[in-house]
Design a protein around this ligand. Structure first.
Ligand SMILES: [Zn+2]
Length: 167
């Protein structure tokens, strides 16, 4: 008998139904969160360490979960990372360093209405068995799909980047 695939409420990727941990405020199904853990383990094997992981920002921005203060801050700041990396050619590590400055002064992070349509890529489009260049290319393609999905909010995120914070 086929086991039904359960769509992730945030990104739409379909995983076998399972029980398991999810993040306290990041959205996503248990299956999707587990896939994110597997990807992190694979990236570590390939030598892609924390500050260089574009996948973190793609995942977090694609999984807003339910409206709330922490959720809003998480999505907003990770969208800022996607914006500078994908549109302004910053390295991921430089963007991660800049995050501390964006968060300083506790600006009010507005809840952005998540995209209503499907994304053209999810974490399932990243091939875990790929070598490093191919995996990095998959992650970039996924990150571009997440950024494109948030197209209605991109102008606002660009303004925040120009100012160095929302507001
Ligand atoms: Zn998901």
């Amino acid at each position: 008998m086929a086991t039904p695939l359960v769509p992730c409420p945030d990104c739409g990727a379909r995983f076998l139904g399972r029980d398991g941990p999810t993040h306290a405020y990041v959205g996503g199904s248990a299956g999707c969160w587990a896939a994110f853990g597997e990807l992190g383990a694979r990236e570590l094997e390939l030598g892609i360490s924390g500050p260089h992981r574009l996948s973190v920002h793609a995942y977090m921005a694609q999984h807003p979960g339910h409206p709330g203060r922490r959720q809003a801050q998480s999505v907003d700041v990770h969208l800022m990372v996607l914006g500078v990396v994908l549109e302004r050619d910053w390295s991921v590590a430089d963007a991660v360093t800049a995050m501390a400055g964006w968060l300083r002064g506790r600006p009010t992070w507005p809840w952005l209405e998540p995209p209503s349509g499907p994304y053209r890529a999810t974490i399932q489009d990243v091939q875990l068995g790929a070598d490093r260049p191919e995996l990095e290319s998959d992650v970039r393609h996924w990150a571009e799909a997440v950024w494109a999905g948030w197209s209605e909010q991109q102008a606002m995120v660009r303004q925040w980047l120009d100012r160095g914070a929302p507001g």
